[in-house]
Write a protein that binds this ligand. Structure first.
Ligand code: ATP
Ligand code: MG
Length: 405
């Protein structure tokens, strides 16, 4: 496996999760805000994506994949070619026709659906994709937190009535809660500003974290939470809902859900014939989630002093076998046994010192570490639970009865 770990902490990485991703050989930077996900990070990304897919499919969404390259015409129709400003990555083809690299896909999804949603009988509809997005951020930083090329899940829903949008909005909100819970994150749902995407009401899912770029105002009773961007409440102020006082915390925006209404369907002529025979614009919702940003948010919450323990749901591996027996035969045998048990195992057969292997193991962050040491010849290994730091001396013959949970 290709895990190019470094000895030194990279100087340009300011936050722990970014330092770990570079030092631990998870990813490599190519330009500001542009990275390759190396095998270790890509394993985590795929697991996050899978959880997102499962929860969205469960509520009736279907997955599709739209082009990253989008023609200017559609963006002129939605009136965003100018409005989006410098964040939009623009380019020309060989015939001088103008394009952009999609920062979001409201234009494309509307163009796809307007040819086929002609009746209320075709509604509701919920379509999502997991795709690379491009935004020429003014200040790309903190690694995957604010990239210029990043992976996002974007979901769009289509409705005949406001009530139906409200119902779907709540269903997606629940799916987001299920996703973030499965990822083991601590977060809050806050009222938010609708920004470039537009629409009436929106909420953000904020991962609580000291390095977060957003400031959240909330009450401890859990009945009020808002992005300070829209509420301007100070610490100690009474909560607007009359319950308790305001506190502040920093957060990372992992997801944003919007009731768009007819902001895109009207200018782009996405209409349907309703049950009353009248032609009406389709009512829409849109729901983003930052997959690559989530990877980093999870890591930010699952490391302490450069020692990582990934939540099991997304860990690149569950068990890490470090052989220190002479020719590695016993270690290799244990690795094969664990594989046969259906576990995801990493076997460190590199010709490196124990110190190097342990340091790298701290960054790779498996929950269980097996050390095949001096007692291996007598039939015993050491199994360490890195979450609880409990160590067990375990008989190799009894390996299948250890509970890796
Ligand atoms: P931000 O306020 O952080 O710039 P945004 O409001 O522009 O976010 P949305 O357009 O709602 O973000 O995008 C949906 C999700 O995509 C966000 O919730 C976030 O998780 C992720 N995201 C947005 N911009 C970036 C970026 N530059 N790098 C990585 N992830 C991003
Ligand atoms: Mg933004």
């Amino acid at each position: 496996m290709f895990i190019p770990t470094l000895r030194e902490i990279p100087k340009d990485a300011e936050i722990a999760s970014h330092q770990i991703l570079i030092k631990g050989g998870y990813m490599k930077q190519h330009a500001a805000g542009i990275y390759s996900y190396l095998p270790l990070a890509y394993k985590v990304i795929k697991k996050i994506e899978q959880i997102v897919r499962e929860e969205l499919d469960k509520i009736g969404c279907s997955e599709l994949l739209m082009p990253a390259l989008q023609s200017k015409d559609l963006w002129v129709e939605s009136k965003r070619w100018d409005a989006y400003g410098k964040e939009l990555m623009r380019l020309k083809d060989r015939h001088d026709r103008e394009f952009c690299l999609g920062p979001t896909h409201e234009e494309i999804i509307t163009a796809i659906t307007r040819d086929s949603i002609n009746s209320y009988k075709k509604l509701p509809l919920a379509l999502y994709q997991i795709q690379t997005k491009f935004r020429d951020e003014f200040r790309p930083r903190f690694g995957l937190m604010r990239g210029r090329e990043f992976i996002m899940k974007d979901l769009y829903t289509f409705h005949a009535t406001e009530e139906d949008l409200d119902q779907w909005y709540l269903a997606v909100r629940k799916a987001y809660i299920a996703i973030l819970d499965r990822l083991g994150l601590t977060y809050r749902i806050v009222r938010a500003n609708s920004g470039q995407i537009g629409g009436s009401s929106s909420e953000e899912f904020m991962i609580l974290c000291d390095i977060g770029e957003d400031e959240i105002a909330y009450n401890e009773e859990g009945t009020f939470a808002s992005n300070v961007e829209i509420c301007k409440l100070n610490e100690g102020d009474p909560s607007p809902d009359g319950i308790g006082v305001i506190k502040h915390a920093k957060g990372i925006e992992a997801g944003h859900i919007f009731k768009l209404g007819t902001k895109y369907s009207e200018p782009m002529n996405l209409n349907f014939i309703d049950i009353d025979g009248k032609k009406k614009p389709v009512i829409m919702g849109c729901y983003g989630m930052g997959i690559s940003r989530l990877l980093m948010a999870i890591l930010e919450q699952s490391n302490k002093d450069f020692k990582v323990v990934w939540p099991k749901s997304v860990a690149p591996f569950l068990v890490h076998v470090i052989p220190m027996d002479k020719n590695g035969e016993i270690g290799y045998d244990i690795y094969m046994q664990l594989q046969a048990m259906g576990l995801e195992v990493l076997y460190d057969d590199r010709n490196e010192t124990a110190g190097v292997k342990f340091n790298d193991a701290d960054l790779i962050g498996t929950k269980y570490r097996i050390i095949v040491g001096r007692k291996a010849a007598e039939g015993f290994i050491e199994i360490k639970n890195m979450a609880t730091l409990e160590t067990a001396e375990w008989a190799i013959s009894n390996l299948k009865n250890y509970s890796f949970v």
